[in-house]
Design a protein around this ligand. Structure first.
Ligand code: HEM
Ligand SMILES: *[C@@H]1O[C@H](CO)[C@@H](O)[C@H](O)[C@H]1NC(C)=O
Ligand SMILES: *[C@@H]1O[C@H](CO)[C@@H](O)[C@H](O)[C@H]1NC(C)=O
Ligand SMILES: *[C@@H]1O[C@H](CO)[C@@H](O)[C@H](O)[C@H]1NC(C)=O
Ligand SMILES: *[C@@H]1O[C@H](CO)[C@@H](O)[C@H](O)[C@H]1NC(C)=O
Ligand SMILES: *[C@@H]1O[C@H](CO)[C@@H](O)[C@H](O)[C@H]1NC(C)=O
Length: 499
């Protein structure tokens, strides 16, 4: 009995000494951070109920300046939120590989563009980049405007205090399906869409559990937990929805005479005037040329369906919250619409959208305060110097976009909503990596222009017809520690028809 006890204690002490005093650990512990505890390091600090993780992270960011470590034995996590270090990590291809935390979502998104690396990522990015070319976005614009019109019709049916979250995510899901996926949701598939969205919310909660419980980092233990079973159930729902979208498009794809030639789609910039292939059609064309197989299409559709609707929904939700709570800004947006459309009820053209300068400032300021993707993670496969500290290879690097965007050293009165800070004359001194809602460098967001266009289309249509009045206050919002910046509670806004 005593023997066993001695062996256990010795093992634990050795483990502790090993994780603390081997070469990489000694270098890493020079980075500022909270004191680590025997056996656990900083694991207990993030071992909190998942809905508190977000606030714990923010408190740590306030305590340190631009860089801190969380050493969850034996995993080394480095958090950075200063533009100089972020530029070093994001600007080149060297650190393009995602953090192992992303493995948690691999059973769902497999090796789609978000998670893949190396040659596979490069080939897919090359195939898919033309799917978001300017010419394609022009085609999408018409569909987006139709959807925005339907959004305003939906708002006519709700009166008074409205939880805007389900209405907005319905809009963005419809839009990604009808544009990139070339599939309009019917009554029946709309219901499947609701299950899809709910399943994603639950998956987000499961991932948040995993982020806070270190033992669940280990795949073997996770596989034994009840979370794993639950996760599989919801992934099945999500993938059934996307698989149906693919099957649906395949039926029409055969008959369809769009110009599918990849060679032409890839040629640099010399686009002919023919109608170009949208996202899912490009994938189906690539399949017929043997460049991608069925599971490849599935993982890309899963990736784009999620990234393409959930992020934009978060952006639009917080934009609505901001405009409702900042009547002065909303009035300026309304006046801008009056200037462009007068009393006409015609839908917006792409030229109209590019004239919506003030609305654009509001969107940018919203994405600063509420970046829908609030962190990104990379594995540092080489030793690198950040803020004068040597970071040993094998460290996981978390880039906290949320904390970066709220740094007082970069933004005066950082928590205030001030769209004017994005006027060109107020932006000259800003470090190019001080504002990265869409990330930056070679692994930046492929759907950035699409998202900006969609948010402008929706919000301009709404503001032309409705006045948004505040119910939920920004300071009441509690955030979930999910992949996407989400409010734990509903967000209520009062929607009033303009006469
Ligand atoms: C406001 C809306 C959006 C925001 C804030 C946003 C933000 C981001 C960010 C920060 C990344 C980098 C992720 C990382 O490094 O881990 C990213 C990547 C990505 N985004 Fe977006 N995104 C938005 C909309 C969209 C849309 C509409 C689409 C698709 C139509 C899309 C598709 C993707 C894809 C596929 C990637 C992975 C790219 C790669 O690794 O090569 N996103 N996005
Ligand atoms: C790290 O990854 C990059 C990109 O894949 C590669 O170019 C580089 O050689 C890798 N470094 C090491 C030390 O393996
Ligand atoms: C979702 O969108 C569809 C299609 O526009 C619409 O018929 C339905 O009423 C919307 N549902 C909600 C809850 O907004
Ligand atoms: C956990 O389960 C997944 C499949 O659900 C499997 O691919 C993986 O190998 C398992 N990992 C371990 C360590 O058991
Ligand atoms: C890094 O070290 C150099 C020289 O020791 C110093 O001038 C510089 O201010 C330091 N930079 C940071 C970010 O601490
Ligand atoms: C900071 O923002 C608040 C609103 O959040 C505003 O009342 C205050 O005047 C601003 N302060 C400065 C110095 O601009």
């Amino acid at each position: 009995m005593l023997y066993i006890l001695i062996v256990i204690v010795l093992t634990l002490v050795l483990w502790h000494l090993f994780v603390n005093y081997h070469k990489d650990a000694r270098i890493f512990r020079k980075v500022p951070g909270t004191p680590d505890r025997f056996l656990f390091g900083n694991a207990l600090e993030v071992y909190v109920p998942p809905d508190q993780l977000f606030d714990v992270r923010r408190a740590l960011a306030k305590k340190f300046k631009g860089i801190y470590r969380i050493y969850v034995y034996p995993f080394r996590f480095l958090s950075i939120y200063n533009p100089e270090d972020i530029e070093i990590i994001l600007s080149g291809m060297k650190f393009h590989e995602k953090s192992f935390l992303y493995e948690f979502i691999q059973p769902w998104l497999a090796e789609g563009l978000l998670l893949s690396k190396g040659a596979k990522w490069q080939q897919r990015r090359k195939i898919l980049t033309p799917a978001f070319h300017f010419d394609i976005l022009r085609q999408f614009h018409i569909t987006m405007e139709e959807n925005s019109k339907r959004l305003t019709e939906t708002l006519a049916d709700v009166s008074g205090e409205t939880n805007i979250i389900p209405i907005i995510s319905n809009y963005t899901l419809n839009t990604i399906c009808e544009t990139a996926m070339g599939t309009k949701l019917s009554e029946e598939t709309s219901a499947a869409g609701v299950s899809y969205k709910n399943a994603i919310l639950t998956l987000g909660q499961i991932f948040a559990q995993r982020f806070t419980k270190v033992y669940l980092f280990i795949h073997f233990l996770y596989n034994l937990s009840s979370f794993k079973t639950m996760q599989q159930k919801y992934i099945d729902i999500v993938q059934k929805f996307t698989a149906d979208v693919i099957i649906n498009r395949k039926k029409t794809f055969k008959k369809n005479d769009l110009d599918m030639s990849l060679a032409e789609a890839e040629d640099d910039g010399v686009y002919k005037k023919r109608k170009r292939a949208a996202f899912l059609d490009l994938l189906l064309a690539a399949e017929s040329e043997g460049k991608i197989d069925t599971s490849g299409i599935q993982e890309e559709v899963d990736t784009f369906m999620f990234e393409g609707h959930d992020t934009t929904a978060a952006g639009l939700t917080f934009l609505t919250l901001m405009l409702a709570n900042h009547q002065d800004a909303q009035q300026k947006v309304y006046e801008e619409m009056q200037g462009i459309f007068g009393d006409s009820t015609r839908t917006a053209t792409t030229d109209d959208l590019s004239q919506m300068k003030y609305l654009e400032l509001c969107i940018k300021e919203t994405l600063r305060l509420y970046p829908p993707v609030h962190f990104v993670g990379r594995v540092l496969n080489e030793t690198v110097k950040l803020s004068n500290y040597t970071i040993p290879a094998g460290t996981e690097c978390l880039i906290h976009i949320f904390d970066l965007h709220r740094s007082e050293s970069l933004y005066k009165n950082a928590t205030a909503f001030e769209p004017e800070r994005f006027l060109p004359e107020n932006s000259v001194d800003r470090h190019p990596y001080a504002y990265i809602p869409f990330s930056a460098g070679p692994r930046n967001c492929i759907g950035k222009k699409f998202a900006m266009m969609e948010m402008k289309s929706a919000m301009s249509a709404v503001i032309r017809q409705y006045k948004l009045e505040p119910i939920t206050k920004p300071e009441e919002v509690r955030f979930a520690g999910d992949l996407i910046l989400r409010s734990i509670d509903p967000i209520y806004v009062k929607i009033v028809k303009r006469s």
